[in-house]
Design a protein around this ligand. Sequence first.
Ligand code: ZN
Length: 394
Amino acid sequence: MKTVIRGIGQIVSGDVAAPFVDGDTIVCVDGRIAGIGREALVDVEGADTVIDARGTTVLPGLIDSHVHPALGDFTPRQRALDFLESEVHGGVTTMISAGEVHLPGRPRDVVGLKALAILAARAYQSFRPGGAKVHAGAPILELGMTEEDFAEMARAGVKLVGEIGLGSVRTGRDAAPMVRWARRHGMTVTIHTGGPSIAGSSPIDAETVIEADPHVVGHVNGGTTSMSPREIERLVGQTGMALEIVHCGNPRTALHTLRIAREAGAADRVILGNDAPSGTGVVPLGILRTLALLAALGDCPPEVAVAMATGNTARVYGLPVGRVAPGREADLTIVDAPVGSVARTALDALRAGDLPGVSMVVIDGIPRVGRSRNTPPAARAAEVTRGHAPGGGH
Ligand SMILES: [Zn+2]
């Protein structure tokens, strides 16, 4: 199964250190990227599918590092259907659960929370809304868990720990041994920070985060109430943790985190998430909106912001996506400036504060979405010139 994307104007790599790849053509074989370069120099023979990008921009499929699925593509939190598939129309091809916290009757006993984590991990392995890769099964830690509980979940395929602090484990002292066990069994751990998102939980400050020692500082800019700028500076300067900026958080501390992380040479630690569904809502374009925030108001080169939503997250979570590089899974989002924008390219649109138009989303080398039903229309739209075109939204 071979797919060729030709006529590309600009390729964004997803690598924060080298954010562009030279070339106008990407070749995908059996779901992985096999070649990138000038059309005359790569092997385009015998393609089953050919996509003409019409001079537009190709990004790695975006990664949402913070989603709260329940089961299926329904969220009880905002009573919305197809919210995951809707994110694919926002250019997102991979989503990472920060905990299945909205499941009605979510069990809080140890047997029940393990069962839910295993169920969610396995169910979303087989269920691909809009073709998206949803990594779920992110247990919420409760007091009384033992190392064997983590070992058992890991054996059953659980690779994540959801936001620490949403269950009864809320202090650094209670969390630290459990985080060590989770790390030992190969799980990637995140923690809620800042003020409580809903009544009944407690604030988590920098001191608690440092003592707990997770991989990811969850919503460093609040979900929705942020830690103070001083606490954020401490976590940037004194730890090597990933710093997750979310759409449904505080925009001022999002930009503060961006600025001090870049000044500290830690742009590779910044990752981007939606933190939806939440009280803020369901936001299919949340990752694109965060890219526009960082690029337009945070003076971040848009290609670097894209790397924060792709290659950085893939590295933190050990996923074979997020980069336009040989061997990576061929998840790609084709974008252009929207109709009517002051900008002429997708990256210039972000710099100007506009959202690019998504004209095609390719997952595992297969065109899954044509013109997005959620973004404004791309001025120039990619087109399938050989093979099966995906369904569009408009
Ligand atoms: Zn949270």
